[in-house]
Design a protein. Sequence first.
Length: 68
Amino acid sequence: MSVEEKFDNAKDKIAGKAKEVEGKVTGDKQREAEGKAQGVFGKVKDAVTDAKDSVKDSINKLKDDEEK
């Protein structure tokens, strides 16, 4: 996972948490839900990026094994 991807995913998780807390404090259920959704979106992006990296690593390993 690149630094840019990590930063982008963390930004979504942090912004989501901030919106969620803001919604709880102000009693704004919609803002709270938006925050939760954005936080989940950041976590999903992490998982997708990890899966992509895993597939890429597996393909590279297969290529290396074929070259031997």
